[in-house]
Design a protein around this ligand. Structure first.
Ligand SMILES: [Zn+2]
Length: 193
């Protein structure tokens, strides 16, 4: 493992040298090791199985909308390895079972701490909830700013991309959809003020 770590650090060093850096200078001596540790943290989702976070409780007869809004996330785009970050909002109609609220944040972390696209994150969070909870309705909305749009390419700041998945009752019942949007309204990043 040590040997492997050393090899990977060497690759970061090569990258820095490729762009003209002197990797011997003081400020950069520890940088390759730090970069590897940092990516270890930012990409820790690969070693996590979302299933372990689905510890369900009886809903005790509650089968109305549950909305968990404003879950922060940071991810890396799979095309450039540059961060994109924002909020996830989840709504579901229990099917006899509910999930501890903090677990939604855990599930978001499993899928965002990987090289990703926003579309995939939205889809994967929805699939995991669908598979493990079989809710009667489900909505997952992800809003994010992508640094690969703000700091490179067309360099547009404040660009917010929204992706969403709606299933079952939260796709067909307009009362529930309106209720969901009312619940998350205060937290919407792209809200026009
Ligand atoms: Zn990108």
């Amino acid at each position: 493992m040590k040997q492997k770590d050393f090899c990977i650090e060497k690759k970061v060093e090569n990258l820095l040298e490729y762009f003209g850096e002197n990797t011997e200078r003081d400020g950069l001596k520890e940088t390759p090791a730090r970069v590897i540790r940092m990516y270890g943290e930012l990409l820790s989702g690969y070693s996590e199985n979302p299933k372990k976070h689905f510890k369900l409780f009886d809903s005790n007869g509650y089968h109305d909308l549950v909305t968990v809004s404003n879950i922060d996330f940071y991810s890396l785009c799979e095309h450039h390895m540059i961060p994109f970050f924002g909020k996830v909002h989840i709504g579901y109609i229990p099917n006899g079972k509910v999930l501890g609220l903090s677990k939604f944040a855990r599930i978001v972390e499993v899928f965002t701490r990987r090289l990703q696209t926003q579309e995939n994150i939205t889809h994967q969070i929805a699939e995991a909830i669908e598979e493990n909870m079989h809710p009667q309705g489900l909505a997952v909305v992800v809003e994010a700013e992508h640094l690969c749009v703000s700091m490179r390419g067309i360099k547009k700041k404040g660009f917010i991309t929204t992706t969403s998945v709606f299933k079952n009752k939260l796709k067909t019942d307009s009362f529930l959809i309106t209720q969901f949007y009312r619940d998350i309204d205060n937290y919407l990043l792209n809200k026009k003020i």
